[in-house]
Design a protein around this ligand. Structure first.
Ligand code: TXA
Ligand code: MG
Length: 328
């Protein structure tokens, strides 16, 4: 347990301090364009182990490694022609590629949780890039929340979950994308061809368009096998979540979408009055945290279309609504 969590600003000094702390094996929550990540030196097994401890992760789920550019990814992993095409098209950005580790890959085995693959991305956020370059090594970073809680999209969310458990948080304001990266398996290890393991900030249609062919999708047990962190109940507020609700029950808080909202006296947050899925994604996790902190027993969620970023939004809402695992 750490005594104090330092607050760092997103200026040259804050970035330099964050980079130095990471190089020393410390835990620093950093902004990315998707959500805040809990960063540590991916080559330092002890630092990586501390991530699991700080998040109270029940199991050693594999973590995403953040690098500065495509060349650095190529030093860690094999990039076949599909992977290279996608990396050059979409990095920096909200796409994580699951790749085969090189024999010389210096990243701790704990990051891969024993798999022959590594999930890698180049974040599309200037502060994150600057921190990675300053640290001068690959950076492991899961979302900076307690295990099972909603991902943080502001530094205040990070503090609410992890104050005193991590060394520092660098505050660069709210994340613009608001849902985690899309995870695409291009390793050809467990499955042939590019397969979406988690819908996210980069819509699957855009990936398929660049590849010129459809992607393999997982919804069932294969999903768990390949992406062990994808537990059904993962993004879970305390309150019960009811989906696709057109009229909320009395006293039920409302997560609304679109211009036409049912009348209610209960707390209401509209993800996007103009039905803009980008705006809705960016506001989703903050809205869930806000409604949940109002001590309500149940949150009704209006229907949200499934295309584009709607796929990731509905995926997170389904997980938030799923039955909770027993125990703490
Ligand atoms: O946007 C994001 O992806 C954020 C920011 C901080 O980069 N990170 C994030 O990490 O969401 P996390 O740990 O919350 O989710 C990582 C997911 C887990 O579901 C894990 O199982 C999967 O990535 N994963 C990691 N390595 C994998 C691998 N080698 N094969 C399959 N799935 C993997
Ligand atoms: Mg997470």
């Amino acid at each position: 347990m750490k005594a104090d969590t330092r607050r760092l600003n997103a200026d040259d000094n804050g970035i330099a301090v964050a980079g130095r702390m990471l190089a020393l094996g410390r835990l620093v929550a950093m902004p990315t364009e998707t959500v805040y990540g809990l960063a540590a030196d991916a080559t330092n097994g002890e630092a990586v182990a501390r991530i699991f401890e700080a998040k109270r992760r029940p199991r050693f789920n594999p973590l995403i490694v953040h690098v500065a550019d495509v060349a650095e990814a190529g030093e860690l992993c094999h990039l076949d022609p599909d992977a290279l095409l996608l990396a050059e098209q979409f990095w920096p950005g909200p796409l994580t590629l699951v790749l085969r580790r090189r024999a010389t890959c210096p990243v701790s085995e704990l990051v891969s949780a024993g798999l022959p693959t590594l999930a890698v991305r180049v974040p599309g956020h200037d502060t994150a890039s600057a921190i990675i370059r300053c640290a001068g090594r690959p950076i492991a970073a899961p979302s900076a929340n307690l295990s099972g809680a909603v991902s943080p999209t502001t530094a205040a969310h990070v503090i609410a979950d992890l104050d005193g458990r991590i060394d520092a948080v660098l505050d660069a304001g709210p994340c613009v994308v608001g849902v985690e990266s899309t995870i695409l398996d291009v390793s050809n290890t467990a499955v042939e061809g590019p397969a979406i393991l988690r819908p996210g900030g980069l819509p699957a249609e855009r990936i398929a368009a660049v590849l010129g062919r459809p992607l393999v999708e997982f919804g069932g047990p294969a999903d768990r096998l390949l992406s062990p962190g994808m537990m059904a109940s993962h993004y879970a507020p305390q309150a019960r979540i009811r989906l696709n609700v057109k009229s909320p029950e009395p006293g039920e808080s409302l997560l609304a979408f679109g211009a036409v909202v049912p009348a209610t006296c209960a707390p209401t947050i509209n993800l996007s009055p103009s039905s803009d899925l980008r705006e809705a994604a960016a506001k989703l996790f903050a809205a869930l945290r806000q409604l949940d902190s109002d001590d309500c027993r149940s949150i009704a969620v209006m229907p949200i279309p499934g295309e584009g970023l709607g796929e990731a939004i509905n995926d997170r809402l389904l997980r938030a609504a799923a039955p909770r695992p027993a125990g703490p």
